[in-house]
Design a protein around this ligand. Structure first.
Ligand code: F58
Length: 828
């Protein structure tokens, strides 16, 4: 069944303009009241905050609708090459503020609400952010679709509409407790369901071999169960450019709401169960970070959204008579990590089994359509699927993968005759510890391009993760350094800084972030520095007000704000930050340091731990325990405070980042692929204390050594130390400050005398320390002392911070998108 327009194209109203409310306060009020009355079905006098929020959202939507419909029509007409961005995660953040910004309606909306007797701020806080992602990878996808719309690049973002996004984190007795994130429960005004565009997705069963009319053997998949994929469309507005692209997220439905046969036999409960089974597929986002668990439901999710998306593009987006031999001219599929890699055999299946192509021609088309982005360096994070599971769930796809691998290994043998070790190393099928499919290898074999997400990462990807592949196909490998959208993370999050920048250098920077360079000379201007400091102070004030209401935290106004926000993972080394805090505190309580010699600091953590990651949860507990003790100790009052607001998410990031003085980017060198928080902080005028890792390398190069606090081992030094045999306990023995710090932690001082509860973290540091926190500890303390010295002189600090802003324009995701266009999407 094809989905097409059923309206006469030549009808006088067919392409007529969509009536849009006037972009005036009157026009806005009128549209708002109409939405409240006719959309929401309530009177203003009877309406709840939620009614008002929904009506406001729908009002803003109206201003985007004409552009959305027009962009869609224009894209259908132009038949340009389209980017299908395939991502299992989109960490979008709240929509209202962003869409008001894109339409340039903030002031109009604020005044319209005031005139209606409503405080718009209360409505903004009513919105629950769609947390359809875990961390950096999901947020990156959201930044990329924002930039593509702003640059008017044809793109469809494809993903999954999870009913429950990333869990809501709370702390009970200092320990993380996960609560379901029911982001849809009060209504979701930004989405448009399209039941008429539902797609059938099959699973299970077996394959059969048949001979076609030409005498060629063909495999046929006889699946044994189906689900429906229902698309929900979301607007992705460009920044004030009349463009609105589409994000299409799939939700799973049962094929028959009730299985009639079972129903008629009287087993009503069983009939409903089949529906529940199908709907489980898009029920919940896997809250994993870095270590995929290999669960069947996750593979179902991956195939589900990939099959829906390819079907949608090929059968419903391309013209009916489109010649698929020319598919690479119309489609480039960007694979956001390995989660959508099953799209490769799926496209082969569509071309060979459904469209009747011969294998070689289908393979040639497929290879030219895909490109793969890798986001990790941790070997344990490289996704594999057991052959057993894959064969049970997708038997035809497994056959296709086997054949791709056979032909690929023939190619390897031809290039390296007699090198069977290499053949085994490079095989898409791993034999140990279990026969399984290496998804990153499959993506590399099929992808026209493979990219890392920062220079160092791309280099390590070539040299350490996929060395055999980069030797075979050096030209396949490229780098695109990540970026972040300046619309959300500067203009929206930091209105005060944005106004200062615009007053100083004019407006263009929002879509041409390199123009921030024009701020450089103002770093020398005392008046500008003072204004810049005032912006920080205002942002801190705003943050502390929020944290008081949100978390009951009472933080000192004057202290340096030192922030470490990111997923909790050992390689990111939240423990190193914790050791720093404990060492400062220990200095005072032991009398080694006079309290007045401490630079007043407030350290803020934000981090979720994967629910099954025990060590990460122990670290969260310990941070909370240290925070409780430090904050209650009068000896460090006003000098050292530690805050750990629960449930760090995009919404909180937008308040925290603009207020920060110091950005903690302290992963062990060679472990953080890029980082993107690091970019957001630099753009908002925080200074970075960081290792030579991920995009820190490029940040430091751009902002200059003098404006960055570098410390710690380099990646080659890490390798050397590991080669020599790393013994953390020796460092503990040799370094008195480290020993005193760890001893205080281990003594139970922070846990009411309980030594047992701190043992998991302390013992791990002393006896494993896989991420070498102890090795970098002295260098970290020394760098923090440099931080204190610089902070002591406000003019020095502001000068450095202003230069960070001025020189970070490179980290706009607009630039990342230009790089993808140039190096990946048009380069073939
Ligand atoms: C992150 N990966 C990288 N993975 O860690 C970070 O350095 C990089 O800046 C960012 O991607 C964007 O390139 C990441 O966020 C995940 O969250 C996966 C989710 C699914 C399970 C495996 C981890």
């Amino acid at each position: 069944r094809r989905i097409g327009p059923s309206f006469k194209a030549n009808h006088p109203l067919a392409s007529g303009p969509v009536v849009q409310p006037a972009p005036t306060v009157d026009g806005f009020v009128e549209a708002f009241l109409a939405e409240l009355n006719y959309g929401q079905g309530v009177l203003l006098s009877q309406s709840t905050v939620n009614d008002q929020y929904l009506a406001l959202a729908r009002t803003v939507r109206r201003y985007l609708m004409a552009d959305w419909l027009e962009t869609g029509a224009r894209r259908r007409q132009a038949q340009q090459k389209t980017v299908a961005y395939l991502s299992a995660e989109y960490l979008l953040g709240r929509q209202l503020g962003n869409n008001l910004l894109a339409t340039n309606l903030q002031d109009v909306a604020e005044e319209a609400m005031r005139r209606s007797g409503i405080d718009i701020a209360a409505l903004r806080s009513q919105e629950v952010e769609p947390g359809l992602g875990n961390g950096g990878l999901g947020r990156l996808a959201a930044c990329f679709v924002d930039s593509l719309a702003t640059m008017d690049v044809p793109c469809i973002g494809y993903g999954i509409r999870y009913e429950y996004g990333i869990f809501r984190q709370t702390f009970v007795e200092d320990r993380q407790v996960e609560l379901p994130d029911s982001w849809l429960s009060l209504g979701s005004p930004w989405e448009f369901p399209h039941p008429e565009r539902q797609v059938i997705v099959s699973f299970g069963g077996h394959t059969e071999t048949t001979t076609d009319d030409a005498g060629v053997e063909r495999s046929r998949w006889i699946p044994d169960w189906n689900v429906l994929g229902m698309p929900y469309h979301y607007m992705v507005p460009g920044f004030r450019n009349g463009v609105v692209n589409t994000l299409r997220l799939w939700s799973a439905r049962a094929t028959h709401a009730f299985d009639l046969q079972i129903f008629n036999s009287g087993d009503y409960a069983q009939a409903v169960r089949s529906q529940t089974f199908a709907e489980n597929i898009s029920k919940v986002l896997y809250p994993e970070d870095s270590t995929p668990q290999g669960k069947e439901l996750r593979l179902q999710q991956q195939y589900f959204f990939v099959a829906c998306s390819l079907h949608d593009f090929i059968d419903n987006t391309l013209p009916a008579d489109y010649d698929l031999r020319r598919l690479p001219e119309r489609l480039v599929v960007q694979l956001n990590d390995t989660h959508p890699v099953i799209a490769i055999p799926e496209l082969m299946r569509i071309l060979v089994d459904r469209k009747g192509f011969d294998w070689d021609e289908a393979w040639d088309i497929t290879k030219r359509c895909f490109a793969y982005t890798c986001h990790t360096l941790l070997p344990e994070a490289l996704e594999v699927w057991s052959v057993d599971l894959l064969g049970r769930l997708l038997p035809r796809h497994l056959e296709i993968i086997y054949r791709i691998n056979e032909e690929f290994l023939d190619e390897v043998r031809e290039a390296f005759p007699g090198d069977e070790m290499r053949v085994r190393r490079m095989s898409v099928i791993a034999e140990h510890p279990e026969r399984s499919v290496r998804m990153a290898y499959l993506a590399t074999v099929a992808g026209a391009k493979v990219n890392g997400v920062a220079e160092l990462h791309s280099q390590l990807l070539r040299d350490k993760v996929l060395p055999d592949f980069s030797q075979l196909w050096p030209e396949k490998f490229t780098n695109v350094t990540n970026g972040v959208t300046p619309r959300r993370f500067v203009l929206l999050a930091n209105r005060r800084l944005s106004d200062l920048v615009t007053d100083t250098i004019g407006e263009g920077w929002v879509t041409d972030l390199d123009r921030l360079r024009e701020l450089e000379p103002h770093a020398e201007d005392p008046e500008f520095r003072a204004a810049f400091r005032q912006v920080k102070a205002d942002n801190k004030e705003r943050l502390y007000k929020l944290l008081r209401v949100r978390d009951g935290l009472d933080l000192p106004r004057e202290a340096m704000l030192d922030v470490m926000v990111k997923r909790l993972h050992e390689y990111k080394r939240q423990t190193l930050k914790l050791l720093h805090i404990v060492s400062l505190y220990e200095g005072v309580v032991s009398g080694r340091v006079a309290p007045e010699d401490l630079t007043p600091r407030t350290v803020v953590f934000g981090a979720k731990a994967a629910p099954g990651y025990h060590m990460a949860k122990e670290i969260i507990f310990l941070i909370n325990a240290v925070a409780d003790t430090v904050n209650a100790d009068p000896r460090v009052a006003g000098r050292l405070s530690v805050a750990f607001p629960a449930n760090y998410n995009v919404t909180l990031a937008e308040k925290l980042i603009p207020a920060a003085d110091l950005s903690e980017q302290i992963s062990l060198a060679g472990k953080e692929a890029s980082g993107t928080g690091n970019m957001k902080f630099a753009l908002n005028g925080a200074l970075t204390i960081g290792t030579d890792d991920g995009a820190n390398v490029e940040i430091r190069r751009l902002v200059g050594d003098d404006n960055f606090f570098l410390f710690g081992m380099t990646e080659p030094e890490v390798e050397t130390l590991r080669g020599e045999g790393y013994v953390p306990a020796d460092l503990y023995e040799q370094d008195p400050v480290l020993r005193a710090t760890i001893d205080l932690l281990a003594s139970g001082h922070f846990t009411g005398g309980d030594r047992q509860v701190v043992a998991p973290v302390v013992d791990n540091l002393l006896h494993q320390d896989a991420f070498m926190a102890l090795a970098d500890f002295p260098a970290y303390l020394e760098a923090q002392a440099r931080v204190d010295a610089a902070y002591a002189d406000p003019d020095t600090w502001s000068r450095m911070a202003i230069l960070n802003v001025a020189r970070s324009g490179f980290f706009s995701s607009d630039r990342s998108m230009r790089d993808y266009l140039e190096r990946i999407w048009t380069a073939r």
